[in-house]
Design a protein around this ligand. Structure first.
Ligand code: HMH
Length: 255
């Protein structure tokens, strides 16, 4: 079982950071805000870099505010989900959980392919973090095999529609510029960390081992390191796409 203090610390470390001025829900329509500060962070914790300073529009920036509002709602939907509540409460059935786990193993296989290709075209300073991520994904696939054997899950199940669709997004990202692709990678890992943190329970849960695995400090540190590589500016649509696929992936688990 996780040490309670350790778990609390790692959950704290991966709380959404929504206290950055000018970000996310904090931006009101018509409220002037500066976009030129290089160390500002998105409410989810990624550094926001802007290539040129932006002045507030005299009439405000309603479209920016609308997009941010949509993204905020998607972040919430992707990180707070009935599936995760059921995991926390221990009310999800083993068969539903195992079905989801089998699909996640397929997704991680696709993710490793995507990430190995991303590493191949990454700029020099990003290589250490991305290579570490590839090694971690190989270990994750080993871990899935151990879990599958233990729980009697057949890992040869066909991919369900949400898994196929997410795999297709990863394929499309192979053709996207490096900056967009690494930003998408950060989003999908960040969401996963926050989502599992929401499933943590201080009482004994039959799925505690999974929560512990996906909220471990090492994983949180990796997500933070990806956040240093991610560039949110200009990638709203892509971020929304990734978040929508994450929501669909959780939805798949509860139908
Ligand atoms: C659906 N998103 C999904 N599965 C995962 N394993 C991750 C993100 C993180 O690796």
């Amino acid at each position: 079982m996780p040490d309670a203090a350790q778990l609390a610390a790692s959950i704290q470390a991966c709380r959404p950071r929504n206290d950055y001025p000018g970000c996310g829900a904090a931006v009101e329509v018509g409220e002037p805000f500066e976009m030129s500060v290089s160390d500002r962070r998105d409410r989810a914790g990624a550094r926001i870099r802007c290539r040129r300073p932006q002045r507030p529009h005299p009439a405000g920036t309603p479209s920016v505010a609308i997009v941010r509002g949509v993204l905020d709602r998607l972040w919430t939907a992707a990180t707070r989900h009935p599936f995760l509540d059921a995991v926390r409460e221990g009310t999800i059935t083993d068969s539903a959980f195992d079905r989801w786990l089998g699909q996640d193993a397929l997704f991680v296989g696709d993710l490793l392919t995507f990430q190995a290709r991303l590493l191949a075209r990454a700029p020099r300073p990003a290589q250490t973090v991305l290579a570490g991520g590839c090694v971690a994904l190989v270990a994750e696939l080993d871990w899935f095999e151990v879990q599958a054997a233990r729980r009697g899950i057949d890992l040869g199940q066909p991919a369900l529609p949400a898994t196929l669709a997410y795999g297709e997004l990863l394929l499309r990202l192979d053709a996207a510029p490096y900056e967009a692709a690494v930003t998408a990678l950060w989003v999908l890992e960040r969401v996963y960390l926050l989502a599992w943190a929401s499933a943590a329970s201080m009482s004994t849960s039959p799925f505690g081992e999974f929560v512990e695995h996906w909220t471990a400090p090492g994983f949180a540190g990796y997500v933070d390191a990806l956040g240093e590589l991610a560039i949110l500016d200009g990638h709203d649509e892509l971020v929304g796409d990734v978040l929508s696929h994450e929501v669909a992936f959780w939805d798949m688990a509860v139908v």
